[in-house]
Design a binder for this molecule. Structure first.
Ligand code: PEP
Ligand code: MG
Length: 321
């Protein structure tokens, strides 16, 4: 059953049997967005808004932010653009917002947590996103990084509503959020798995440390279990309402073709990646059925190590050799 089928490359982000998986792009600015649209991205799954803030001593004005966001939205008329609110701290320090002297920056006041320490920056950013969205044809969604609790998700949803933004979501990149996905999805409309940080926090291995690269691997079965639990939580939440809310992936894992198949098999609904990986991911997805993807996900989950998980899956995807 796992033998690769030979469906032709069709470029529409679906499996061989027609299960659609929109392939979106991770972008960090208008130039990126234009290139991603040209590469065939079906929208933006992660707009890293840090591009507008990094390398500055002061917060950009609302007008500057509106212009920057509009440049991205304009590249995707009629398409979804998921804007991530400012993710400062740890690997993305910002002099006017984060404290470089924290003993453990990755566990510190970063991402959404900066809103409590420095109120106002997020509120102004949400106002800028709402203004840019108003004047554009893109379907703008907004999500917060580094959410650890359902309470934070609910608070973020209220802040989005106050700004007139009506599709709030959160990133699942802290293991607590993966475990609490059902409860979190009662508060927001979607989640997006940030597998870079989810791996770092699940494995307690700093993503910036080269010597820990073997631990910092999204093929780690523990990471795959957290992804599975997120989907299970979303389905449980959807069971009560009749509609399962989207669970996307926007970490580097989505750009690895074999791992992308596993993610689809685990039940994620969209994959967002660097634009240059779109065609390779599309090509492999179009050659497996959803049932084959589920079987491969099962093999990866049952493996004893990241190396074994990857080898077990790759053995069934000879077109990747
Ligand atoms: C992630 O953590 O997987 C992610 C997409 O965000 P970043 O790499 O910007 O932290
Ligand atoms: Mg992250």
């Amino acid at each position: 059953a796992l033998a690769a089928t030979l469906a032709v490359f069709d470029g529409n982000g679906g499996t061989a049997d027609g299960h659609l998986v929109p392939l979106l792009a991770n972008v960090g600015g208008a130039a990126d967005a234009i290139a991603a649209a040209e590469a065939g991205a079906q929208g933006v799954g992660l707009l890293r808004t840090e591009f507008c803030f990094l390398g500055r001593d002061t917060e950009p004005s609302i007008d500057e932010q509106v212009a920057a966001y509009r440049g991205v939205f304009d590249a995707f008329p009629g398409k979804k653009v998921v804007v991530r609110t400012l993710d400062a701290g740890a690997d993305k320090p910002l002099p006017f917002l984060t404290d470089a002297t924290e003993p453990n920056p990755a566990l510190g006041v970063r991402g959404y947590r900066t809103d409590t320490a420095s109120p106002g920056v997020l509120e102004r950013q949400l106002a800028a996103i709402a203004t840019a969205a108003d004047g554009s044809a893109a379907d703008v969604w907004v999500m917060a990084p580094m959410i650890a609790t359902a309470e934070e998700a609910g608070r973020f949803a209220a802040q989005c509503a106050a700004a007139g933004l009506n599709t709030p979501g959160v990133m699942v990149e802290v293991p607590s959020a993966a475990l609490m996905a059902e409860t979190i999805l009662r508060e927001v409309d979607f989640v997006s798995l940030g597998t870079n940080d989810l791996t770092q926090y699940a494995m307690a291995a700093d993503r910036q440390l080269g010597p820990l690269a073997a631990l910092n691997n999204p093929w780690q079965p523990a990471v795959l279990q957290l992804i599975r639990l997120t989907v299970v939580g979303a389905r449980a939440e959807g069971h009560h309402t009749g509609e399962v809310k989207p669970v996307g992936v926007c970490g580097e894992a989505a750009a690895d073709p074999a791992l992308a198949v596993v993610l689809v098999g685990l039940g994620v609904s969209t994959l967002s990646m660097t634009a240059r990986s779109l065609s390779a991911v599309d090509a492999v997805l179009s050659r497996v059925t959803l049932d084959q993807a589920k079987e491969l996900a099962g093999l990866a989950l049952a493996a004893a190590s990241a190396t074994e998980a990857r080898a077990a899956v790759r053995a069934h995807l000879p077109m990747l050799d």
